[in-house]
Design a protein around this ligand. Structure first.
Ligand code: FE2
Ligand code: FE2
Length: 126
C-alpha cells in the first residue's frame, strides 16, 4: 500500500490492503478469473464497510451519515458495473482499470481518515 493510504489503524489497513490485492489481481488475471474475482471484491467490500459501520454505530461517530452514504454509493456503483460486465465485459474492465483505484483512494483519504482520527482520539480498541 502507498504510504498516503495508510491510516495506522491496523484492522482498517488490513482490509484496505486486501482490497488492493484483489484489485491488482483483477488487472492482470485471465479472462475466466475476472468475474469470480469481481464477486470476491464485492463480498470483501461488504465486509469491509460493515466493519467500519459497526464501529461508527457503536461509538456514535459524529459524521456517520456522510460515511454511510459514501459506502452505499461506492458499493452500488461496484454492483452496477458487475451486473453490466455480465453482458458487456468491457464495462467491468474499464471500471476496474480506470476508476476503482481512484474511487477507493479518495474514500480512504477523505472519509476513512476522519474515522481513523476519531478512533485514535477516543482510544477505541478494535
Ligand atoms: Fe475503509
Ligand atoms: Fe469507509
Amino acid at each position: 500500500m502507498q504510504n498516503d493510504l495508510r491510516l495506522n489503524i491496523s484492522a482498517m489497513d488490513t482490509l484496505h490492503d486486501e482490497f488492493l490485492d484483489t484489485l491488482s489481481k483483477m488487472k492482470s488475471c485471465q479472462e475466466s478469473a475476472f468475474m469470480p474475482l469481481f464477486e470476491e471484491l464485492i463480498e470483501h467490500t461488504k465486509k469491509h464497510f460493515a466493519f467500519e459501520e459497526n464501529i461508527m454505530e457503536e461509538h456514535h461517530f459524529y459524521d456517520k451519515k456522510e460515511h454511510f452514504d459514501e459506502h452505499k454509493n461506492l458499493l452500488g456503483e461496484m454492483e452496477y458495473f458487475y451486473e453490466k460486465a455480465k453482458k458487456f465485459p468491457q464495462f467491468g474492465k474499464s471500471y476496474i482499470h480506470d476508476y476503482a483505484y481512484e474511487k477507493f483512494k479518495r474514500h480512504v483519504i477523505n472519509i476513512d481518515s476522519q474515522l481513523a482520527m476519531f478512533i485514535k482520539e477516543n482510544n477505541i480498541s478494535l
